[in-house]
Ligand binder design. Sequence first.
Ligand SMILES: [Zn+2]
Length: 192
Amino acid sequence: MDYPNNRAEAKATGAKFYFTGIPCNRGHIALRKTKGSCVQCMKEDWKIDNDKRKEKPKSEAAKEAAKRYYERNKDAVKARANARSTTDVNNYKKKYKELNPELYKALTSVRKRRHRNATPKWITAEQKLAMRNLYLKAQELTKIAGERYVVDHIIPLISPEVCGLHVPWNLRVITQEENLKKSNKLLDTPKE
Ligand SMILES: [Zn+2]
């Protein structure tokens, strides 16, 4: 495709892009936007802004807005999700994992199975979410307090006497130290 080779010409002809063939300040040899700059630079900047935005915890207002958006555009959101490539999904998961290490520490395969086995069938989506939020809370507290917080099963999932359930009311966020004290008391019981 033929592009004008300078902005003046692009403006005069109404072209959206032009191509000088000269590297930009960051060394890209790329199209430039008539009403903007090097497209490669613009992409980089968008990505930086986006990443920054994603790292910030969402405000309640933003969460509500996202929920409303989803309610209004369910079909489109679902279609977009289905259209995503496996690589994209895997990359996203990987990144989420990196950003939320505590959430995943709690979910090694053994624990995952133990949790699943102790989760009653009648548990609701809200209750599941409530539990997930406790893991996120532990993670948040760990970050803030500089001391590790964990999610503790008040009645342990595996114990010689009773078996606790993986349900919101059997979970609490405590420091790892408290948790260790507790498992020392229960000595013969596997820690959970
Ligand atoms: Zn550039």
